[in-house]
Design a protein around this ligand. Sequence first.
Ligand code: KG4
Length: 333
Amino acid sequence: MLTLGIESSCDDTAAAVLQDDSTLLSSVLTSQDQIHTRFGGVVPELASRCHLESIVPVVNESLKRAKITISDIDLIAVTQGPGLIGSLLVGFSYAKALSYISKIPFVGVDHMAGHILSVFLEEDKPEFPFIALVVSGGTSSIYRADTFTKFTLLGRTRDDAAGEAFDKVAKLLGFPYPGGPVISHEAQSGDNEAIQFPRSWLEKGSLDFSFSGLKTSVLNHCNREKQKNNPLQLADICASFQEAAVEVLVEKTLLAASQQSIQNIVLGGGVSSNPRLRQLMERRCSEDGKKLHIPRPSYCTDNGAMIAIAGVHSHRENSEFSYDLDVYSRSAL
Ligand code: KG4
């Protein structure tokens, strides 16, 4: 069975061809980072226009690299939400049209399910049930996954997503968008204990996150240093901010595993490509006797392969589809 996965929820146009459950034949992505970087964040209208230009070449390239044509495809899986409505509409409408003219069934996929399941693209696959920490530019959530289609939300951010906090802190430090990779790079030469930024644990036992206070603390620290005419120690600020964000992500994920008595932990979403998050999570999982599964960085960020894998399982459970389906901006998961 060959599945074409299409992703266009934010600022990456991506397509991939998956054979059966997890054999990836091709994965193609065009990033719009260069376009949005001068605005310090994603401009929705520009993102939609770029998707319009990229969607056909990206899908065609994914078929070409898999050495197949559209007539070989058995299922089209496409991101239905959450995301930017204009961006989603480009991929979703294209997938519907391709499905209609090629007489291939299609399935709408929740982007979060894609991030939760992207780890199945790797050789070493987790066993169910597992705890999934999904951290990206749009979300920071902890799920319990019981099957390929049954996910229970255990906690989520009450304000900024973790990636959003990285991007906003980077912006206030004068770094380009996307800020996460720049901050993690700067942090390598900094001291993560130089500045004691606050950790937001919320109520005892809570699995929710809050990152807006941390972001404000970085802003206040920078303003104080400027008032004293001190030069900003950028590497130390990045390392200390990153440590505060990562520590909360790691400890709340382990708390979820302990509350649910679950041994397996999975990471997904763009922020899970952060080297310090991966390192600390590995260390803490080994201390607590948990088995950790993290996809390689290219599967952590948005991609078409994760949409294909989630689509295959969702279609297996329910193969009915309708051209009346529409996109949505907020996740149902
Ligand atoms: O999953 P993704 O590609 O797109 C969304 O669905 O949002 O994640 C993008 C987010 C951005 O906020 C970006 O700054 C962040 O992931 N990110 C990182 C790193 N690489 C990407 N955050 C922290 N450290 C990184 N190394």
